[in-house]
Design a protein around this ligand. Structure first.
Ligand SMILES: *Cc1c(COP(=O)(O)O)cnc(C)c1O
Length: 373
């Protein structure tokens, strides 16, 4: 038996790229090269001038194509990431009362923001056990349904559909899902995310695809007299986005990397291409875990197993923490489980940038580690 610290995974088994983190996630080399190529004319230039504004325009147009947005849908963006968008939504998307599906760390957070907002009523929160997802139910007192397309902490995905008979807006946290899972825009009013997951860029920005009904809601609440800090003002964000700008200075590299990733997805065939890459990776991962005698998918229902974030439980006598440590020592990083879930588990991102063959290599590497412990 070898000492774990010195275990060297054979080079022919190792993934070519060792980044499997849930975010910030793998950035493709081509994106970095494109940024470096534009460095002297793009980086360090004004975000109020054409060079950067055209890049923001590329992002907005590219997302319109990628998601085949119907007429009247608009792409808004601003600084502060998804966490900031939750606060903005408490000012300019929830009129009075919201319903939230809560099935893990991220999906519970927006509900907390609403609960703390003194101008809103206490939200309805529908919970389910970790590793599953609950279902929304139409309720005439609800003006916004808060769904999460992929719960990043547990690796559960859910289909996005309007609750039958619902009148309110459907707002979807798609931070880890957007670009990696299929979605039908007619089923949502707001689909919001940040670029550090499937879009293989960096953190700090929020992007929200808004339906005409969502834009109407923003305009109504912005003129309602509700006090709103300018940073969380979605009408200000809307006005700036229409000019391909942000309210305050954005990180230019983040926008450039994001634009490259959207272009790559569109050039290769669009959302069916990018979501297809994640689906192929997921098939590989779950097939391996089901066949393994020491690993098993954490999510019981195969339909709820995420294509973008895989969570794999290990048999009690196989220490997942040790496997993650050995992987890390071999350059395969960020397979540790979500810290608060507290399971003997690995969490593996399968965003579109991640090569499905590298997921297969990761499975082979884990087999090798367990066989050599
Ligand atoms: C990562 C993540 C967030 C947080 O995004 P930030 O940009 O860091 O605020 C929120 N929701 C989900 C589902 C996520 O995966």
């Amino acid at each position: 038996m070898s000492s774990p610290d010195t275990l060297r995974i054979p080079a022919d088994l190792l993934p070519r790229d060792g980044r499997f983190g849930a975010g910030p996630s793998k950035v493709r080399a081509e994106q970095m090269a494109a940024l470096a190529g534009d460095a002297s004319t793009y980086m360090g230039t004004s975000h109020r001038q054409a060079t950067v504004r055209n890049k923001v325009g590329e992002v907005r147009d590219g997302l319109t194509s990628l998601f085949t947005l119907p007429d009247g849908y608009e792409v808004l963006l601003g600084n502060g990431g998804t966490t900031c968008f939750w606060d903005a939504a408490t000012f300019h998307l929830v009129s009075e009362h919201s319903q939230h599906l809560s099935f893990g760390e991220f999906s519970s957070k927006f509900a907390s923001c609403v609960k703390d907002a003194p101008h809103l009523s206490d939200p309805d929160v529908i919970k389910s056990d970790v590793g599953t997802h609950p279902y929304a139910t139409a309720d005439s007192s609800v003006d916004l349904y808060a769904l999460t397309h992929n719960e990043t902490s547990t690796g559960v995905m859910m289909p996005i559909t309007r609750p039958e008979g619902a009148q309110g807006l459907v707002a979807v946290d798609a931070t880890s899902a957007a670009g990696g899972l299929m979605v039908d825009p007619s089923q949502f009013d707001v689909y919001y995310f940040a670029p550090q997951k499937s879009f293989a860029s960096d953190g700090g920005l929020w992007i929200a695809i808004c339906s005409p009904a969502a834009i109407q809601r923003i305009e109504t609440l912005a003129s309602s007299g509700r006090w709103t800090p300018a940073f969380f003002d979605l009408k200000i964000a809307l006005d700036n986005s229409r000019l391909n700008q942000t309210y305050n200075t954005p990180a230019l590299a983040t926008i450039h990397l994001l634009a490259s990733q959207i272009k790559w997805m569109n050039d290769q065939g669009g959302l069916s291409f990018s979501a297809g890459r994640s689906r192929t990776s997921a098939e590989t991962l779950y097939t391996w875990a089901e066949a393994s005698d020491f690993a098993t998918p954490f999510v019981q229902n195969p339909a709820q197993r995420s294509n973008v974030i895989g969570t794999i439980d290990f048999r009690d006598d196989v220490d997942a923490t040790l496997i993650a440590k050995i992987l890390r020592a071999n350059g395969v990083v960020d397979t540790e489980p979500y810290r608060k879930l507290g399971r003997n588990q690995l969490r593996i991102a399968m965003f579109p940038s991640i090569d499905p063959e590298d997921v297969a290599s990761l499975c082979a590497s884990i087999n090798w580690i367990v066989g050599n412990l």
